[in-house]
Structures are given as C-alpha cells and as structure tokens.
Design a protein around this ligand. Structure first.
Ligand code: NAD
Length: 488
C-alpha cells in the first residue's frame, strides 16, 4: 500500500460528544512538527463541553449501555478493531503527520497494537467473573452464601500523551469498554488527529451514543475539568510525572480511582557475554525509535567494561547512520520532535550533558532548516548521578556508563527515581532470570527492547506510575469488586 502525506480529506477536528460531532467555541492550532506549519485548527473543549461529555457518558451507563451484555460489547470491540485495520494506512499517516514520526513506525507498531488491543479485550468482555466464597456464617445464627461480582466503575476519563496517541487510547478504551464503562477521552494538544479519526470508527462500529466521547483541548482547562468532575469515577492518565502528580492530587478530592503511567529512565544492561550485534541494534532502536519520545526508551546504556569501547563506537555509528527527514520519505529513519518546546528541552539537556563533563560521541545539535529535528545523540563516560542520567529527556539522547560487576550494574540500574522498563543483554539464562528479579521495573526484557503485547500488564514501579494497564490487570483496573452475602 502506498503511504503518502495526503490526508487533506480525512482530518477530523471537531469534538465527539453524545454520538455527535460539534464545534467548540474556540480552537487551538495543531502544527506539523516536520515543517512547523499549521496542520489544523482543532476544537478546544471548554469545561462546559467536558460536562456535556461526562453527562452523556453517565446517561449511556444508566441506559442501554449499562444493560449491554459482555458478548455484545465484545462484538462492538471486534468491529472497531476491524475498522482500525481497514483504516490502518490513514491512521498511520495521521500519526506521522501529527507527531513527525516516520510513517513506517506507526504502521509497524501503533496501529497493529491498537487493533490487537481491541481484539484482546473483546475476548475478556464476556469473561469477567466473580467467585463464590465460603465463610463461617452469620454470627453463629445462620449459614450464608457469599459471592463477588465485578462491575464497571462508571465514567472513565482517559487522558492521552502525544507520543503514541492511538496506541495509548487503545490501552485505555479497550479494557474500559470491555468492562462496561463509558469513557471521555482527552487527546493531547499536539496530537489529536488519530484519536479524532478513531471517534469516527467508534461511531461506525455502532457503539451507543455517549459510550465514547472525545473532547480535545488544553491540559490545564479541558483535562483539569475532566479530572475534577464529580461524575467521573476513574482517571486513567498517561503523561509526565509532574502532571501525573497533580492529577492524583485533584482526583483524590473526589476519591476517584486512578491509573497513572508516567515517565522512565530505563537501563539497557549489556553483560560481558552479550550478543553484541543484537544488543547494539536493540539499543539503537530503544534510543531512536519514535525520536526517543518513548516512555520506555532505553536511555541509560550500562556496558561491561570489557565491551565498553566497542559498544560506544558502534552506538555512535548507529546514531550517525540514522536518516533524519520527511516522515513520509521511505528512507527516513528518524523524524522531528513534536514541537519547538520539546526540541529546546532536548537541546538544553544536551548542553547540560556537555557542561557536566560527559563525552559527546555523536549528534549533539539540531540540523538547520524548518521542523523540530534534533540529531541522534550519544554521550559516553556518563556519571549516573548526572542530570542526563537521572532526568527523562524524551528525545534521542543516550548515556553510556561502564560497569565491572553484575552487582554494580544492578545498583546503577536501580539508582533512579523511575522504574518503568529495563533490558538485559546476556546469553546466560540463569543470569537473565537472576538479574530480572533484582531490577526494580514494571517490565524487564531480555535480549530485546519493548517486547510489549496487550496480554501483558503494563505499568511502572516508583515514579514511573501507579497501577497497571493491559492484560487481565487492565480488567481489574476498570472494575469495582462487590461482595454479596445472603443470610440463609
Ligand atoms: P503531559 O503530562 O504534558 O500531558 C499528558 C496529557 O495530560 C495531555 O493530554 C495533556 O493535555 C494533559 N494534561 C496536562 N495538564 C493537565 C491537567 N492539569 N489536568 C489534566 N490533564 C492535563 O505529557 P506529554 O508531554 O503529553 O507526554 C510525555 C510524557 O508521557 C513523558 O513523561 C512520557 O514518559 C510519558 N509517557 C508515559 C507512558 C507510559 O506508559 N508510562 C507512555 C507514553 C508517555
């Protein structure tokens, strides 16, 4: 299938509330990261629009949707997956256009992952069971029969970041809908287009009005109104630790259930016996895929001293080999960062790396010309306590650190506020398992980077988040457990 930049007839820019598309009083500008030019003016949802969306969701729950059996929810989710698959090319192009990533990447990951996620959770929709639990009876007076049921939580607010919007919208929508909730989605200001297109597919799939609502807008207004709304029972947030902390505080005022998926500073540990070809390729992918704008980016590369010089050299070569450019050019391997602010942020971290004494071995600057590009960058001889080893940069910047023993590698790996993911490169099976157990991270990969799947729970330790999405954990996180006891 030919993939081109032409999406002119496909941009959806309105809000989707209660099954209809409407314009907001105001709009905000959505820019093309590869050129800096205006892409679209997007409906900027107000607090009133959020209120309408939440009320529509509540009405859906109190009406037809609340009585829709799991098998019917499964059918709708499978239909939506089929429609995403049908529109795979359009959705991949929207992601490339809106975020600046090479179009092949959403074609390989974001879109197929969204399809797989909706299909996986369709499978759960009619299998959400409780249990009969034997007890000692009722105060010695009577026997009892007790059982549990899992019920939908209610209205779920899904707040989405800009780096992989379609995929993360799927992670939130699919389990919430499988479990029978209604959802209000707030896409990120920088990348709302794929999620708005998804709204069209939700409509076409035949979900009742109000079950899925999409209100684009600014975080501090639209997002804030959603998190504070008393009729929202759960907030599922993916984004930065700063906003995540704030959301937890606001949500606590009304005791909302919360799942927060935050940032990372994930280690890639290259043991002395590692397959170096595989490791270098995987590490480069973990650094430069999606321009490094990945929560699980493997940005701290811990290398056994015996391999250190070679790995530094080969990573520098891998960085130099990246082709920056038009996301729609087939030869492009790395696109633009999402906006000017992100570009400046990444460049300022590169300056800090230089100032703190790390050795720059590749990249380190922005190319001239339009668009928010930053060259793939590798620092060697990095001290793990330095800023570039401790703070999430969210750009194509790797920090290489030497170690002598496995204990030392694990101590460095765990010496971070974060705990989202880690990769271990080794051929020794027992070393792999022993190390995996000692790394404090929600996902540990051995001999590969980002082996994610909708069946596998996803979430962070420490500052990388609270709660889990995906897998059966995703169903648990979208249901309330109720116990019913009958005194016999
Ligand atoms: P962000 O925190 O700036 O924004 C995320 C979302 O929150 C956006 O939709 C934004 O509009 C909204 N928001 C902002 N202020 C808000 C408020 N006061 N109330 C409610 N909503 C508000 O994050 P970002 O820059 O879009 O994304 C990058 C961050 O996301 C990185 O830290 C990255 O690591 C993290 N991330 C984590 C995962 C994961 O699964 N753990 C996945 C992707 C991205």
């Amino acid at each position: 299938m030919t993939v081109t930049a032409d999406t002119s007839t496909e941009l959806t820019t309105k809000m989707f509330i209660d099954g209809t598309w409407s314009q907001a009083q105001e709009t905000f500008d959505d820019l093309n990261p590869a050129t800096g030019e205006l892409l679209a003016k997007i409906a900027n949802g107000s607090a009133e629009d959020v209120d309408r969306a939440v009320r529509a969701a509540r009405r859906a729950l109190d009406g037809e949707w609340g009585d829709t059996p799991g098998i019917v929810r499964a059918r709708l989710l499978n239909r939506l997956a089929d429609l995403i698959e049908r529109d795979a090319d359009v959705l991949a192009r929207l992601e490339a256009l809106d975020i600046g990533k090479p179009v092949g990447q959403p074609g390989m990951l974001d879109v197929p992952n969204a399809v797989a996620t909706f299909r996986y959770f369709a499978g759960w929709a009619d299998k959400i069971e409780g249990a009969a639990i034997p007890t000692a009876g009722y105060m010695g007076m009577a026997k009892t029969h007790s059982y549990t049921v899992r019920e939908p939580i209610g209205v779920v607010a899904a707040i989405i970041p800009w780096n992989t919007p379609l995929m993360i919208a799927g992670w939130k929508l699919a389990p919430a809908l499988a479990a029978g909730n209604a959802v209000v989605v707030k896409p990120a200001e920088d990348a709302p287009l794929s999620i708005l297109h998804l709204g069209k597919l939700v409509q076409e799939a035949g979900f009742p009005a109000g079950v899925v609502n999409i209100v684009p807008g600014l975080g501090g207004v639209t997002g804030e109104a959603l998190v504070a709304h008393p009729e929202v029972q759960k907030v599922s947030f993916t984004g930065s630790p700063q906003i995540g902390r704030h959301i937890l505080q606001v949500a606590a005022q009304t005791f909302k259930r919360t799942t927060v998926e935050l940032g990372g500073k994930s280690p890639q540990i290259v043991c002395a016996d590692a397959d170096l070809d595989a490791a270098v390729q995987g590490i480069a992918m973990g650094l430069f895929f999606n321009q490094g704008e990945v929560c699980a980016a493997g940005t701290r590369i811990l290398v056994h001293r015996s391999l250190y010089s070679e790995v530094v050299e080969r990573l520098a070569a891998a960085a130099e080999a990246q082709v920056l450019g038009d996301p729609f050019d087939e030869s492009t391997t790395m696109g633009a960062l999402v906006n000017a602010k992100q570009q400046q942020r990444v460049l300022s971290y590169i300056d800090k790396g230089k100032a703190e004494g790390a050795r720059l071995v590749a990249g380190g600057s922005a190319p001239a010309g339009p668009g928010f590009f930053v060259r793939p960058t590798i620092f060697a001889d990095v001290d793990n306590s330095s800023t570039i080893a401790q703070e999430e940069i969210f750009g194509p910047v790797g920090a290489v650190i030497a170690f002598d023993t496995v204990d030392e590698a694990l101590a460095i790996a765990n010496d971070t506020a974060y705990g989202l993911a880690a990769t271990i490169w080794t051929r020794d099976v027992s070393q792999a398992h022993t190390m995996a157990r000692r790394v404090r991270a929600g996902a540990v990969w051995v001999n590969g980077w980002a082996a994610i799947d909708p069946a596998l729970p996803w979430g962070g330790f420490k500052a990388s988040g609270i709660g889990r999405e995906l897998g059966y954990s995703g169903i648990l996180a979208n249901t309330e457990e109720k116990v019913v006891t009958i005194v016999l």
